[in-house]
Design a protein around this ligand. Structure first.
Ligand code: 13P
Ligand code: SF4
Length: 318
């Protein structure tokens, strides 16, 4: 037994990764991790994916406990889809600028101004906003789902204006956009990106659709984190400039070890291309969360049922 049993101090544990694996077995738990998690957490995970793949994995799992190494809205989605499980969030402060910038009451008021419109919301939103939406989408299925909506319908798209604008271009649909953005993807500097491209003329620029339009215009390929990963694996190029959160590079490097992956730099002299919310999760917090089965994500059952409807519509179309 460990001295640190009831303590928050885990420094006395000789092999934290091994303890986490032991607790996973003991609790019958799975760790689901987003590609933006730090490498050590990705290596401890049972499943790593983009937002859609993680939602699908959360829906399917029969484990008693889901530890969600991602951000709050992802854990909420897991609870909505699989309410019988204990859903753990290692740090409850792991929010998202997109979800935080679209409060339920303001979203409801916006929607009420367009009573005939279809409300499409990016999965990066709260359960309250999901419950008010007709469809949920992720960056990997937004184009497909918007294309499936009858062309005579007006569409409201929330909360990411950059993803929304890109979907408008791909589908030719005119959508009314909520003016939200991701604080990570809006930090990339076009000037620095072009300077890197100048140094590596053969490198392909690959970008997430949460990036701003001038950067997307320069990209050779645009897609969700899972799509970017697949592109690096399958494309003939040997160098890639990766314009998204650099956590994804860990899996890219594993799947394509011979290729050179260059993270796109942020505008300032900071690490602001790393998501401050995703990076709140640490192996120490993962351990404590599995040990104490806290903090747990709980949800009002009426809210859960209403939020489930547009997520199930998305999954049926994915
Ligand atoms: P995807 O996982 O859909 O690529 O989205 C990236 C993201 O920003 C998650 O918060
Ligand atoms: Fe939200 Fe952006 Fe962080 Fe994803 S990367 S969780 S969109 S703030």
């Amino acid at each position: 037994m460990l001295a640190a049993q009831n303590s928050q101090d885990v420094s006395a544990i000789p092999d934290l990764d091994e303890e986490i694996r032991r607790l996973k077995r003991e609790r019958n738990a799975v760790i689901l991790a987003h590609y933006y998690q730090e490498s050590e957490i990705q290596d401890l995970a049972d499943f790593i994916g983009d937002s859609l793949q993680l939602a699908q994995a959360a829906q399917k799992t029969t484990a008693d406990v889901i530890l969600f190494a991602g951000v709050h809205f992802m854990a909420e989605t897991a609870k909505i889809l699989n309410p019988e499980r204990i859903v753990l969030v290692p740090d409850m402060k792991a929010g998202c600028s997109l979800a935080d910038g679209c409060p339920g009451d303001r979203f409801r008021a916006w929607k009420a101004r367009y009573p005939e419109a279809v409300a499409v919301s990016y999965i990066n939103c709260t359960a309250e906003v999901k419950a008010e939406s007709d469809y949920i989408v992720t960056s990997s299925n937004a184009v497909k789902i918007v294309n499936a909506i009858p062309r005579d319908k007006q569409i409201l798209f929330a909360p990411d204006k950059n993803l929304g604008r890109w979907v408008m271009k791909q589908t030719g649909r005119d959508m009314r956009l909520w003016q939200g953005s991701c604080i990570v993807h809006e930090t990339f500097s076009l000037q620095k990106l072009m300077a890197i491209k100048h140094e590596h003329p053969d490198a392909k620029i690959i970008a997430h659709p949460e990036c701003e339009e001038p950067l997307l215009e320069r990209a050779d390929f645009i897609g969700s984190t899972a799509a970017l990963l697949k592109f690096v694996e399958n494309d003939n190029a040997q160098e890639f400039i990766v314009v998204t959160e650099p956590g994804i590079i860990h899996q890219m490097q594993k799947r394509a070890p011979q290729k050179q992956l260059i993270p796109a730099p942020p505008d300032g002299n900071c690490a602001c291309n790393e998501c401050p919310f995703m990076r709140l999760n640490t192996p120490e917090k993962v351990y404590l969360s599995l040990r104490d089965l806290e903090p747990r994500l709980e949800m009002d059952e009426d809210l859960r049922r209403r939020a489930l409807v547009p997520i199930e519509r998305m999954l049926a179309l994915s």
